[in-house]
Design a protein around this ligand. Structure first.
Ligand code: FES
Length: 179
């Protein structure tokens, strides 16, 4: 692994606001220390997400008390909308799957609808997609529909998509899969 650049020798005190998301620079190259400014792009470093974004997601899950969400070790949460108990096949590397998905914010407002996104044909683990969904798709069986809640570090990152998805934005994806 490449060594991180040494950003300084003294601790930097910062004030953080409740429920606001922060990303610490781990590569040492940001000009906005201790925060990431996106300079790490293209390197093997990624910023470290500060808990505040997770708190927001946990509050969202708490409010949706009618459903139970599963916490994935891959850094997102999900629940079933449609479950397929009769199938046992999960997508594996190299499979071509078709995914249709809406992207929403944590206020359940649609950012990009499935009509806008179109049906995405995705070769599992062989092309780039939203990282949280790349992992999520491998949990889905034919015809299943799931709701994923994905923190920004596993979605569009610190910078967002520089269009409708802002900086440090967690997203919700409602996805349906055909294998
Ligand atoms: S600039 Fe250092 S982790 Fe993003």
């Amino acid at each position: 692994m490449t060594k991180a650049h040494r950003a300084g020798d003294a601790p930097i005190a910062v004030e953080v606001e409740k429920d606001k998301s922060y990303y610490w620079c781990t590569c040492g190259k940001s000009s906005k220390q201790p925060f990431c400014d996106g300079t790490h792009k293209g390197s093997e470093f990624t910023p470290l997400a500060y808990k505040a974004e997770e708190t927001k997601i946990k509050n969202y899950i708490k409010k949706d008390s009618l459903h139970s969400y599963i916490s994935s070790p891959n850094g997102f949460w999900y629940r079933y909308i449609v479950k397929n108990d009769s199938d046992t096949v999960f997508p594996v590397k190299g499979d071509i799957v078709q995914v249709s998905y809406d992207l929403l914010d944590l206020n359940d407002q649609i950012i990009y609808s499935k009509e806008t996104n179109g049906v995405k044909e995705y070769v599992v683990d062989k092309e780039d997609f939203i990282p949280g969904l790349q992992a999520g798709i491998k949990l889905m069986k034919e015809g299943e529909s799931m709701k994923f809640i994905i923190p920004s570090f596993n979605a569009f990152g610190v910078l967002g998509d520089e269009k409708k998805i802002g900086m440090n934005t967690s997203i919700i994806s409602l996805s349906l899969i055909h294998i």
